[in-house]
Design a protein around this ligand. Structure first.
Ligand code: 5GP
Length: 189
């Protein structure tokens, strides 16, 4: 997706040899027009699939997921990184190692939001080692629902996540695929 790649080139900040900061349009300040275009792109790429629900993880996956859900006319559910004290329901849980925080979180989703009839599109902002996305697939599988595919805004293809998820049999669609960071520049595949 050229518009996204241009935006990464102009506004992305390379923090070290594996971390990219995109807080001016995705991770803190959010550009709604770009989010909508990303939503349209995900909806197009998965247009041949039956999708009943979008699943993401708080917080940076929510904006693009809502735009995609708006276009596909399906609800968006996000996994919480901490079990809220207000939750009295039964929850699905799994452990996810956070790439950016260097710690494991138990992620939770209330059981009432996923059922065996669901065909779920998983969406996230970044794909690095694949922990977050794999955690979400585990939750869908606990609900006996079906994972239709995984939509990623920015894939760092030099890390193993995309390969691991593809080898596990999931369809991964990434809108920007980064080959490397070199000389302070983002190189795309
Ligand atoms: P993974 O679980 O695939 O190892 O890492 C993906 C998760 O870590 C994403 O949900 C994202 O929040 C975070 N993440 C991984 N790499 C980056 C990065 O380079 N920049 C930012 N902003 N977040 C990242």
């Amino acid at each position: 997706m050229d518009l996204l790649k241009q935006r990464i080139q102009t506004d992305g900040l390379i923090l070290n040899d594996s971390l990219l900061k995109v807080d001016s349009f995705l991770n803190q300040q959010i550009d709604p027009e770009l989010m909508m275009k990303i939503g349209e792109e995900f909806a197009n790429r998965f247009s041949n699939e039956k999708i009943t629900k979008i699943l993401t993880i708080e917080s940076s996956g929510i904006a693009v997921s809502v735009m995609t859900g708006l276009i596909l006319k399906v609800p968006v559910v996000f996994a919480r990184k901490k079990k809220p004290t207000t939750t009295t329901d039964d929850v699905y849980t799994t452990k996810v190692y956070s790439y950016t925080k260097g710690e494991s979180n138990i992620i939770t989703i209330s059981k009432k939001f996923l059922s065996p009839e669901d065909h779920v599109l998983i969406i996230d902002d970044f794909l690095a080692n694949g922990e977050a996305a794999a955690g979400l697939t585990k939750i869908v599988e606990q609900a006996n629902a079906k994972v239709v595919g995984i939509g990623i805004v920015i894939e760092k293809s030099f890390q193993p996540g995309a390969r691991k998820l593809t080898e596990a049999g999931y369809r991964v669609e990434s809108l920007a695929r980064i080959k490397a960071f070199s000389n302070g520049k983002v190189q795309f595949l």
